[in-house]
Design a protein around this ligand. Structure first.
Ligand code: 9D3
Length: 266
């Protein structure tokens, strides 16, 4: 998988690409990331990359020519990319489905904007897609580019050493993960849920699925709407939903506390 990033801040990429899963992919030779300094593609003495907006208004706009020259350079030296991604707050929100599609493309160029944005002719004539990473304001496209590279690179075969966790993602069918614990079994009076120490693999499996459904319902009800629940998870969901919406029973009918129900602050 080949990535080419175009930015005025190439040093922002050094530490993130030099550590962790992406660095391992680069070392293993299955990921290749080239970071290009946009100023290298200017032609004036002062290496200017921005200018005042036509029509007036605050701030500066990135000039189109350095981006066009950078992408032409990439085409000539690195080959024809399958996609040219423009990072922008106006883009479609990045989803795991996009990440999977991009991972199948083999060669991506990512253009990072700064200031008020990039001259729109770059989006129209150079970019093949425009991507945002979420509904909050960043100061530029570099962190978005790093998010895209990280999410895509970890799907490249050979990047994540133990492939079981990547494979497990396809079995969650859109639910959040279940809670994880490791030793010690008790720490400062904080106990690991008993069921996980029981060795009953069937019960553990059922507890984890129920916790995944419960957390998704509590934190991301929007995901439950699109999650593909199997009949067991559907039953867990109906039961949790019933409990959440029913009127609290009077004291004498309350019964025993539910195991694990007090574990998380929702
Ligand atoms: C404060 C400037 N805003 C005026 C209405 C517009 C604006 C311009 C440029 C807001 C943010 C940015 C810089 N952001 C990105 O380049 C960016 C981004 C983001 O801010 N959020 C989520 N995804 C992305 S991808 C690129």
């Amino acid at each position: 998988m080949k990535f080419d990033i175009v930015t005025i801040f190439p040093r922002m990429f050094e530490a993130p690409l030099g550590e962790g899963v992406v660095a391992r992919g680069i070392e293993a030779g299955v990921v290749d990331v080239a970071v290009h300094d946009l100023r290298e593609f200017t032609t004036d003495r002062h290496r200017v990359v921005d200018d005042v907006p036509y029509g007036g208004g605050p701030g500066m706009v990135m000039k189109p020519e350095p981006f066009v020259r950078a992408v032409d350079h990439i085409r000539a030296t690195r080959g024809e990319p399958a996609a040219v991604v423009l990072t922008s707050p106006q883009g479609r929100r990045l989803m795991q489905a996009d990440v999977e599609r991009l991972a199948g493309l083999g060669h991506l160029v990512v253009l990072c904007g700064r200031y008020e944005g990039i001259d729109d002719r770059v989006r129209e004539h150079v970019a093949t897609e425009e991507i945002s990473i979420g509904d909050y304001v960043l100061s530029g496209g570099e962190l978005a580019a790093l998010v895209i590279v990280d999410a895509v690179a970890r799907l490249v075969p050979g990047v994540v050493g133990d492939t079981r966790s990547v494979e497990a993602e396809s079995f969650t069918r859109g639910l959040l993960d279940y809670p994880h614990f490791t030793r010690p079994a008790a720490f400062q009076g904080w106990a690991v849920p008993e069921v996980l120490l029981s060795g009953h693999h069937g019960e553990i499996e059922r507890w984890r699925r129920r916790e995944a459904v419960r957390r998704t319902l509590a934190h991301r009800p929007d995901l439950v709407d699109v999650a593909r629940l199997d009949p067991v998870e559907r039953a867990m969901y109906d039961e949790l939903k019933e409990r959440a919406t029913s009127v609290a029973p009077k004291h004498e009918g309350a019964g025993a506390p539910i195991e694990g129900a007090d574990h998380e602050r929702d």
